[in-house]
Design a protein around this ligand. Structure first.
Ligand code: TYM
Length: 340
């Protein structure tokens, strides 16, 4: 693509925390749309390691996971020639803008964030200030790049709304500085549920591995996890199955993986036993994840290739981020270095 073409495209940005195992929920809710939308946008895809440390991480695991997640972005089909892919901590402007935005975010707003309440409950011994002000860092991630569209799952809607409020507040206090981003939340698959506890969302950091499908699960594990997924006591698929948390979730996953509407899946499987449908779902997962994993293994075997992409991505990101940050510093009244 020429630079002129790039200039006319809007910007799409998203990120994933390198915690736990990249899961099917993340793919269906977010990454899948990154891949589908990338042609029409200048894409920026971040491995948000600074967000991940709001919960304790083992350093060696965090390091490996950052590379592994970036490789999975590529294996999913993000084109590194056309998009910027980088690790958040390689671009210091995220921390710098986050500090400024913290001063434009009210505690009343942060108190309302359900992800904070949820994580504070799960990590009672470590309710740190970073976990609390996390949304200001996320706003910085997005606003640094004058982002137009942010494809995420439903659980990030509240953070996106706060990002928009912060951007509007800053723009109003000074003059237009940040583009106000729009969320992109898919109609289907925005909230994939846990396999064993279908009343809660599938989480990549769940302590019970049977609750999620990792994108790197080998075929026998995929088959076993689907077989064991909790469903109700009915045994046959009916149109009402879609409303049922357990089987409804599996039907949604099948629909998304096969590019079908919910009604098309029902007409394909109406009257089938749950076990038969689960077999078809496991086949779909294996068919999708086997080539994904082959691409992943190849990328991970060429570490130089991967780190080259991440280095280049970080340097492109820093170039854009610096421009926005210096604009912000000027507007709020910071003296430019060398002008004292
Ligand atoms: P994270 O790391 O928890 O999740 C990454 C992405 O996956 C989506 N997602 C789901 N979608 C459907 N069903 C599920 N069960 C499911 N679980 C997770 C999330 O909505 C998200 O899109 N704060 C963000 C990371 C972030 C970010 C950003 C995102 C930091 N800066 C800037 C966009 C733009 C987070 O914790 O996502």
């Amino acid at each position: 693509m020429s630079e002129a073409q790039k200039d006319t495209k809007p910007t799409l940005l998203s990120g994933i925390q390198p915690s736990g195992h990249l899961a099917l929920g993340n793919y269906v809710g977010a990454m899948r749309n990154w891949v589908n939308l990338q042609e029409d946008y200048n894409g920026i895809f971040i491995v948000v390691d600074m967000h991940a440390i709001t919960v304790r991480q083992k350093p060696a695991e965090l390091r490996n996971r950052c590379l592994s997640f970036a490789a999975q972005y590529l294996a999913a089909g993000i084109d590194p020639e056309e998009n910027i892919i980088f690790i958040q901590s390689h671009v210091p402007q995220h921390a710098e803008l986050a500090w400024v935005l913290n001063c434009y975010t009210y505690m009343g707003e942060l108190n309302r964030m359900t992800q904070f309440k949820d994580k504070a409950q799960r990590h009672e011994d470590n309710i740190n200030a970073g976990l609390y002000s996390y949304p200001a860092l996320m706003a910085a991630d997005i606003l640094l790049y004058q982002t137009d569209l942010v494809p995420v799952g439903a659980d990030q809607k509240q953070h996106l709304e706060l990002t928009r409020d912060i951007a509007n507040r800053f723009n109003k206090a000074y003059s237009p500085t940040f583009k106000v981003p729009e969320p992109f939340i898919p109609k289907s698959g925005a909230r994939i549920m846990s396999l064993q506890e279908p009343e809660k969302k599938m989480s990549k950091s769940d302590v019970n591995e049977n609750n999620y499908i990792s994108l790197l699960d080998p075929p026998d594990v995929l088959v076993r996890k689907v077989k064991r997924a909790v469903t109700d006591s009915a045994r046959e698929i009916t149109p009402d199955s879609l409303q049922n948390p357990g089987i409804g979730n599996l039907l949604t996953i099948y629909a998304v993986l096969n590019d079908l509407s919910a009604n098309e899946v029902i007409s394909q499987f109406e009257g089938h036993q749950y076990s038969q449908f689960k077999g078809a779902l496991a086949d779909s997962l294996v068919a999708f994840l086997e080539p994904f994993q082959q691409r992943y293994d190849k990328i991970m075997a060429e570490k130089g290739y991967l780190t080259g992409i991440l280095d280049q991505g970080a340097s492109q990101a820093r170039y854009i981020a610096r421009k926005t940050l210096s604009k912000v510093y000027r507007k709020i009244g910071f003296v430019a270095p060398g002008r004292v």
